[in-house]
Write a protein that binds this ligand. Structure first.
Ligand code: FES
Length: 213
């Protein structure tokens, strides 16, 4: 799943949206959102799969404040006293070095379910994002240029749409994950995909047929 580069503004977590530029293609002027982050070209195209390509939030010029906001739902008990829509803040993750919820090992990191670039859009077009703060992400940032640029203080985020068939996976979110070796990783309960949040890879895939030339 594609990483959402993030930053911390004050005490609030904010996704980074690429710089919006205009370009002319085939005689037409179009907007693109593209920028270089840590030696990698980061583009709004990263999020164009699973129908997200039609969401207002991925339009290059869509005006959004980019803060990561708590989503509704009861995936994580610790989020039950945070109102959906509230901005996620650093202090909510203060216990990230020891946090656990009985699924797999404690101390691997503290996750949250969030939304991004979805203020004022219909619920069907909400972009689900998972946020994770972990000492392992701090370690990755020390050895990897892109991770150093795309994460901060051990926080990482990604668009939480399974690349298999678009369900919403989770880190330590599902009791049954242990049966499939997913209790300490990101597990999708639809068809048991397991993702490792601590070994990101550079990969591109085409989820839709290309238009005819
Ligand atoms: S949709 Fe996630 S495993 Fe199939």
């Amino acid at each position: 799943m594609p990483i959402v580069p993030l930053t911390i503004e004050g005490d609030e977590l904010k996704g980074v949206w690429p710089e919006v530029k205009e370009t002319t293609e085939g005689g037409k002027t179009v907007q693109v959102a593209e920028t270089e982050i840590g030696g990698v070209t980061y583009s709004s195209q990263w999020f164009q799969y699973c129908g997200v390509q039609t969401y207002p939030g991925v339009r290059p010029g869509e005006e959004q404040d980019n803060f990561l906001r708590a989503s509704s739902g009861d995936t994580y008990g610790w989020m039950s006293d945070i109102d959906a829509g509230n901005k996620l803040t650093v202090d909510m993750f203060d216990d990230y070095e020891e946090w656990g919820n009985g699924i797999g090992k404690s101390g691997l990191g503290k996750p949250a379910m969030a939304t991004w670039r979805s203020e004022g859009v219909s619920p069907q077009s909400t972009m689900p994002v998972q946020v994770l703060r972990s000492t392992k992400i701090e370690e990755l940032a020390e050895e990897n240029e892109f991770m150093a640029a795309a994460t901060e203080d051990g926080f990482m985020a990604w668009l939480d749409k399974c690349t298999h068939f678009c369900c919403v996976p989770g880190f330590k979110a599902y009791e049954g994950s242990a049966k499939f070796g997913g209790e300490d990783r990101v597990y999708c309960q639809c068809h048991q995909s397991v993702y490792s949040p601590f070994s990101p890879v550079e990969k591109s895939f085409v989820a839709l047929p290309r238009p005819e030339e």
